[in-house]
Design a protein around this ligand. Structure first.
Ligand code: NAI
Length: 285
């Protein structure tokens, strides 16, 4: 049986993952603002550092896996907070836990992203770039120029950035090479307290309900918990840097022809250079 860290373990999908892991006999170190083994505020750098440390102390320096589910929705007035929790609340913790994950030799990590990353149009690329570069103030300034649209764009931007971070890191020797399988899950509208809050706000409810979901209705948090457990299982040994959409078909509806897509000719040279650098990296020394 393994030891797993789960952020956002007090509610919604994080709680489902934690309950299912415990039911399967694993030890769970939950992290949340309340009702958790580790109570920490992931919206501040000191809160994240203290939370990460407390988990390392509780697991004795070895983690078999982690679920990063803590997050906040597109709440009005919360542009900075959204970036702090949804992006840095993942990245800072995983960077701190990487050695403990490597110590297990076969750790699996699931980051909860969102299909907002691919279905919200016109998210400013400069804000995403700033986030990935750790320039939070710049990202917030750029997003605030959007006025009342800022929280939705911050939400989608935080999910784009965190998905890209997962894909960039997952394939590196420090992650893939250390036996860690790092992947993201991208849910659509799932009936959790986060969505219930949106549905209780007339403007947001209209937007949620007008959004195309080919299979209809909302997703069930328990089913998302099952996906997380699958992505933490041995079945995920060959899964690396993937973003798995469980969204009732919304991403496919909007973007059926965007992906998979062949590498365009103008990028062929860069592609060959990456092949060469991988061959160099993989050569036994
Ligand atoms: P939820 O609101 O039920 O659970 C989120 C948990 O994160 C809560 O327990 C909350 O206390 C915790 N959290 C929030 N801020 C925190 C902070 N500063 N420090 C520590 N913990 C904090 O929400 P849900 O829906 O289960 O969301 C889980 C993840 O799924 C989030 O990352 C969310 O963005 C993502 N997501 C949710 C969707 C939905 O429709 N419910 C759709 C797509 C993605």
């Amino acid at each position: 049986m393994g030891v797993y860290a789960v952020t956002g373990s007090a509610s919604g999908m994080g709680r489902q993952a934690a309950d299912k892991l415990r039911a399967a006999g694993h030890t769970v170190i939950g992290i949340d603002l309340r009702d958790a083994e580790v109570v920490a505020d992931l919206s501040t750098a000191p809160g994240r550092a203290a939370g990460a440390e407390a988990v390392l102390a509780a697991c004795g320096g070895r983690l078999d896996g982690a679920v990063l589910a803590a997050g906040i929705g597109p709440t009005p007035g919360a542009t900075g907070l959204i970036l702090q929790v949804n992006y840095f609340g993942v990245v800072d913790l995983l960077e701190a836990w990487r050695p403990a994950l490597a110590a297990s030799g076969a750790a699996k990590v699931v980051v909860v992203a969102s299909n907002s990353a691919t279905t919200v149009p016109a998210v400013p690329r400069s804000a995403v770039r700033a986030l990935l570069a750790g320039k939070t103030a710049k990202a917030v300034r750029r997003l605030r120029l959007l006025g009342p649209g800022a929280p939705s764009m911050a939400y989608a931007g935080s999910k784009i950035a965190v998905s890209r971070w997962v894909r960039r890191q997952a394939v590196q020797p420090a992650w893939a090479g250390a036996g860690i399988r790092l992947n993201a899950l991208a849910p659509g509208a799932i009936l959790t307290p986060l969505l219930e809050k949106q549905l209780a706000t007339p403007g947001q409810a209209r937007a949620v309900n007008a959004f195309p979901v080919p299979v209809g209705g909302y997703g069930d948090p328990g089913q998302l918990g099952d996906w997380m457990l699958f992505m933490l299982s041995g079945a995920a040994e060959f899964l690396c840097g993937s973003v798995i959409f469980v969204d009732g078909g919304s991403d496919a509806y909007f973007r059926a022809d965007d992906w998979p897509r062949a590498v365009p000719a103008r990028r062929a040279v860069g592609y060959l250079l990456r092949m060469r650098s991988f061959a160099k990296r993989s050569k036994p020394s």
